[in-house]
Design a protein around this ligand. Structure first.
Ligand SMILES: [Zn+2]
Length: 378
């Protein structure tokens, strides 16, 4: 007896399948699974399903005074089954954040800020005294399954007069564990070229399509050589939309040059969720429909690419033995206006609309009204 069978689920390539779940794992995939099951959810070939969406860049430590949110509001209530907090927290607050994170329905992970104070104030790396490598290592050792990466924010407003010093320190701190390092780029100095040249395979540049002067294109609108070289070395590009860090113009130019982000993430926190321009991961993903990306590419960038880059084993794919984290969604045909972080607007005729998140055998309904449509039979 299975715990749950999802019947007639449409995959992003428009093929239709059944998926059986037992003890939170995917145990069978195929046409017409007939085994008995406690619950059956029939999507009637009308709704899409994918591996649960993973948002690689969020802020969900409730006590951060500047960037904070509730893990479940940006998580299961938004079709996101895995929420990665990108450096809201440093070693001083990791215990409290861990306790909060464990209460969430979504899987929550931390990229630990190299500054022990985390995002308690905007310039957490202006004083190098706040980078305490011993304390940092202690936190990593205490939470090896919760802290899955390292965060360093490299913009003028954060590092003050310290230039690339915090990044050099972060690269040193990364060596012991080999965890992925996420680098926020923004206002200069430090210069993007100098930052990019310090990065190695698997490091993640977030805010990769920001429209600030320190963006990936130079003044002649050519891709910087430093970024070209970084991509060739295997450095990862992550969107990290946020309130200030996504430009349609940069994204369009990048697409013309076949430069694509590996992961699409929101950089969501309560303010940009409620007032925009982020609103949700689905909203950010929909902007890439507008840019002409294939839906498969968009879904991959919040599922299997993200799982691979974040080293999340057993996530990101609908495959036997994988975690049964799943997102049910529609691609709704309707005209929507999307705004980037620069205030530029684009018109789009389709959007991703999450209907339900499945995680740990729980089906979390998102869209009001879809309870009836997504009726579960026992
Ligand atoms: Zn952020």
């Amino acid at each position: 007896m299975y715990d749950l069978i999802i019947k007639n689920a449409k995959l992003i390539n428009d093929s239709v399948t059944d998926i059986a779940i037992n003890h939170g794992k995917i145990v069978e995939i195929g046409k017409d699974i007939t085994a008995p099951s406690e619950r059956v959810l029939d999507l009637k070939s009308q709704h899409y399903i994918s591996a649960g969406w993973i948002d690689s860049h969020t802020h969900c430590f409730a006590r951060s005074p500047i960037y904070h949110d509730e893990p479940d509001l940006i998580g299961v209530k938004a079709g996101v089954t895995t929420v990665v907090d990108a450096g809201s927290v440093g070693a001083l607050d990791i215990d409290e954040f861990y306790d909060l994170a464990m209460q969430a329905k979504a899987h929550v992970y931390s990229f630990l800020n190299i500054s022990k104070i985390g995002l308690i104030r905007q310039n957490e790396l202006a004083d190098m005294q706040d980078v305490d490598a011993a304390l940092f290592d202690k936190s990593l050792a205490k939470y090896p399954h919760f802290i899955i990466g390292i965060k360093v924010r490299m913009s003028r407003s954060v590092v003050g007069d310290n230039g690339v010093l915090p990044l050099i320190k972060a690269k040193e701190m990364q060596k012991k564990t080999g965890l992925p390092l996420m680098i926020h780029v923004g206002n200069n100095p430090p210069e993007l070229d100098e930052i990019a040249d310090l990065l190695t395979k698997g490091d993640i540049i977030t805010h990769c399509f920001n429209g600030k002067p320190n963006q990936i294109f130079d003044k002649q609108n050519n891709l910087r050589d430093s970024i070209k070289r970084a991509i060739e070395r295997g450095v990862i590009l992550d969107i990290g939309h946020g309130g200030e860090s996504f430009s349609f113009a940069v994204a369009e130019r990048a697409k013309c040059l076949d430069v694509y982000p590996n992961t699409i993430s929101s950089d969501i926190y309560s303010k940009n969720r409620l007032q925009g321009p982020v609103f949700s991961l689905a909203n950010v993903m929909s902007k890439f429909i507008c840019l002409g990306y294939s839906k498969t590419r968009i879904i991959d960038s919040v599922t299997k690419n993200a799982a691979q880059i974040l080293h999340l084993k057993n996530k990101g794919e609908i495959a036997i033995g994988y975690d049964a984290d799943l997102t049910i969604f529609d691609v709704r045909k309707q005209t929507v206006l999307f705004t980037d972080s620069e205030g530029d607007v684009r018109e789009c005729h389709e959007q991703f609309v999450p209907l339900a998140s499945i995680i740990n055998n729980i089906i979390e309904i998102i869209q009001e009204g879809s309870e009836n449509e997504l009726r579960i039979s026992n």
